[in-house]
Design a protein around this ligand. Structure first.
Ligand code: GLP
Length: 235
């Protein structure tokens, strides 16, 4: 595991964006596994700047996002589809029909999850998967559990996740209780993994994930078994 520490969030975000941009330049038709949350916002800002000022093109890329809240349509400002359109897709030359986020309003979530995995498989998995980490060690919305779940699945959000994400909603009561998330198989199937985290509150869970026991009680700990993981942390 390649672990790098930065003084500031801006420096960390620049480094993360450079890793993704290098991937796109090396393979213009690459598959980018993307993430939401506050941690990758600076990375997306920097990628948008590189598009504007340096001609970085996303025109041939395909993107596959980690997760979506159950019950939120892509037009809902707190949906992850909306987040991606706002923070990245609308700011670069990405083809929207080449961007995939689970459909939170699919009438049959199990069918939606199966179709999502079939798509990921047909794409050959992600070339690089960007990740954040939740305060309980979740990645995507793979919450602490008795077992790791391989496939994309419908998950009940942990109370700590609902509380942590309440800051984006009017109140905790408005946070959806469920989400559709790529499973650990889809994440671990990426050729490279890039995890970004910032702030003292994330340090302990990050350290435990990187060096502690590999356990589904701390889902990010499974990343220790991936052969190409870069973790960028800023204080
Ligand atoms: C949400 C997302 C995760 C993200 C996590 C941490 O729960 N589903 O993918 O990593 O939040 O978010 P933040 O970066 O805002 O701390």
């Amino acid at each position: 595991m390649n672990y790098q520490v930065f003084e500031t969030y801006a420096e960390m975000s620049k480094a993360a964006a450079k890793i993704i941009a290098d991937e796109i330049r090396a393979k213009p038709d690459c598959v980018l596994g993307l993430a939401t949350g506050s941690s990758p916002i600076g990375t997306y800002d920097e990628l948008a700047r590189m598009h504007r000022e340096e001609g970085l093109s996303f025109a041939r890329c395909t993107t596959v996002n980690l997760d979506e809240y159950r019950g939120l349509a892509g037009t809902h400002p707190q949906s992850y589809r909306y987040f991606m359109n706002e923070h990245l897709f609308s700011r670069v030359d990405m083809r929207l029909d080449h961007t995939f986020v689970p459909n939170g309003t699919a009438p049959d979530p199990a069918a939606e999850c199966a179709a999502y995995d079939a798509r990921l498989e047909s794409l050959g998995g992600s070339d690089i998967q960007l990740l954040g980490i939740g305060p309980d060690g979740h990645i995507g919305f793979n919450e602490p559990a008795d077992v790791f779940t391989k496939a994309t699945h419908l998950v009940d959000l942990a109370p700590s996740t609902i509380e942590a994400n309440a800051r984006f909603f009017d109140s905790a009561a408005d946070v959806p209780r469920q989400a559709l998330t790529m499973g650990m198989g889809g994440i671990m199937g990426a050729k490279k993994i890039l995890l970004v985290a910032s702030g003292a509150a994330k340090k302990a869970v990050l350290d435990a994930a990187m060096t502690g026991p590999i356990t589904p009680r701390l889902p990010a700990s499974l990343l220790q078994l991936h052969k190409d993981v870069t973790v960028l942390y800023s204080t």
